[in-house]
Design a binder for this molecule. Structure first.
Ligand code: MAN
Length: 347
C-alpha cells in the first residue's frame, strides 16, 4: 500500500529551473538527490544530467575525453549498429554509452519547497577515467568528522562506488573507488556499531545471483570487508529484478530502518523498507511485502524514464521521515512518511 504523503508542491524542481552547468548543454534530467540538514536548512545534492540539444536524426551525448575535457559524440539514429531502445543507455558496436552526463549540484531551502543555488558552492564534476561518463545518485552520510559522499562512478570500463569527504562542500577529499564494479547504491551508516563502520551496497552478479543488497564493515570507511548478502530479489514480486539501498539507515528503537528501491522486469521502481538488527545489521528482522510507495502520480509515471520513484536521501524529525526523490528520472519531489506507520507495515 502506498503510504507516502506527497508534497502538494511536487515537482519541486524541474530541469528548466536551473541553468545548465556545462557550456553548450541543456539539462535533461534532475534526479536522485543526496540530502542533509545544516544551519537550519535542507540541502539537496542534486544529480544533474545534461546533453547537447538533440539534432534531427542524431543522438548526441557528452563524455570526458582523456584530457578531462568534455567531448560530444554523435550517432546516426538509423545506424543499424545502434541500439537506442533505453533512453538512459545506448549500445553501439558492443560498447555502452550514457545518453547524458551527470554531475552534482547543491541547492538549499528554508521551507523544503523553494530551493535555490548559492553560487559560492561549486558544482561537483566527475574527475579521471573512472568517472568519464559522470557521477550519479550521491548519498550524503552526516558524520562527526564530515560529510561522507558515496556515489556511482560511470566509465567505459565500469560502474562502481566512489567516496569523497567534505566538511564545507567547497573542498573535496576524493578517495577513489571504494566498491569495485559492478556496484552502486552505497549507503553508509551514520554511526559506528560495536566499534565498526557499516555500509549497504549493491554489487551485481548476473551469472549466479543478481542485483542484491549487501552489508560491509570497515575500520575507516575506506577499506571494506566481511561482505554479506542481506536482501535478494523476490520472483513475481514488485522487487523481482533489482533491489538497492536508499539513503543512510535510520536508527529506530526497533532497529535500523532502511528505505530501499525495488524494480521489476518492466523497470518499474517502487520503495520498500528493511528493518535490521540494531547490534548486528546483517540480521534482517523484517521486510516490506508490498511497496510503501509506488509510481502513481502523473509526474512519477511519465517523464524521461517513466514509472520510477527513486530515493537516496532523507532527513527525520521526530516520527516524520521526509524523503526527497527523483520521479520518472526527470524531476525532484518530496514526500513524508510516519516512521511508526512504516514500522507497523513491517509487523
Ligand atoms: C538505476 C539508476 C538510477 C535511476 C534508475 C531508474 O537504478 O541509474 O539513477 O533512477 O536506474 O532509471
Amino acid at each position: 500500500m502506498d503510504i507516502a504523503k506527497r508534497s502538494a508542491h511536487n515537482p519541486l524542481l524541474r530541469p528548466s529551473d536551473l541553468q545548465p552547468g556545462i557550456e553548450g548543454m541543456e539539462i535533461t534530467c534532475l534526479l536522485n538527490p543526496g540530502v542533509f540538514r545544516y544551519n537550519g536548512k535542507t540541502w539537496l545534492l542534486l544529480r544533474v544530467a545534461e546533453r547537447p540539444k538533440q539534432l534531427e536524426g542524431k543522438i548526441s551525448f557528452p563524455v570526458y575525453n582523456q584530457e578531462g575535457k568534455i567531448e560530444i559524440l554523435h550517432f546516426d539514429k538509423n545506424d543499424p549498429e545502434l541500439d537506442a531502445a533505453d533512453p538512459r543507455v545506448i549500445k553501439y558496436k558492443g560498447q555502452n554509452y550514457l545518453t547524458t552526463l551527470s554531475y552534482l549540484r547543491l541547492v538549499n531551502s528554508d521551507d523544503d519547497i523553494h530551493f535555490r543555488e548559492d553560487p559560492s558552492y561549486p558544482p561537483v564534476f566527475g574527475e579521471g577515467y573512472l568517472e568519464s561518463f559522470g557521477i550519479e545518485d550521491c548519498r550524503v552520510a552526516t558524520m562527526d568528522d564530515g560529510f561522507y559522499l558515496t556515489f556511482t562512478e560511470v566509465s567505459p570500463v565500469a560502474v562502481g562506488v566512489g567516496l569523497m569527504i567534505t566538511t564545507d562542500f567547497r573542498h573535496f577529499d576524493r578517495k577513489g573507488m571504494i566498491f569495485p564494479p559492478h556496484n552502486k547504491d552505497c549507503a553508509i551508516f551514520e554511526e559506528k556499531i560495536n566499534g565498526k563502520y557499516y555500509a549497504l551496497h549493491r554489487p551485481s552478479s548476473p551469472e549466479l545471483g543478481g542485483n542484491y543488497i549487501w552489508l560491509a564493515e570497515s575500520p575507516d570507511r575506506i577499506h571494506w570487508g566481511n561482505h554479506q548478502c542481506i536482501a535478494v530479489t523476490r520472483e513475481g514480486s514488485w522487487d523481482s529484478a533489482r533491489v538497492g539501498a536508499g539513503g543512510a539507515p535510520i536508527k529506530t528503537e526497533e532497529g535500523w530502518l532502511e528505505i530501499y528501491h525495488g524494480a521489476d522486469q518492466h523497470h518499474r521502481y517502487c520503495l520498500g523498507a528493511l528493518l535490521l538488527d540494531l547490534n548486528d545489521p546483517s540480521k534482517v528482522l523484517a521486510r516490506s511485502g508490498s511497496p510503501i510507495m509506488e509510481p502513481i502520480a502523473g509526474y512519477e509515471q511519465t517523464g524521461f524514464f517513466g514509472n520510477v520513484v527513486f530515493t537516496n536521501g532523507h532527513y527525520t524529525e521526530g516520527d516524520t521521515l521526509k524523503i526527497f526523490y527523483g520521479a520518472s528520472d526527470e524531476v525532484i519531489c518530496s514526500a513524508e512518511f510516519s516512521i511508526s506507520e512504516i514500522l507497523n507495515t513491517l509487523r
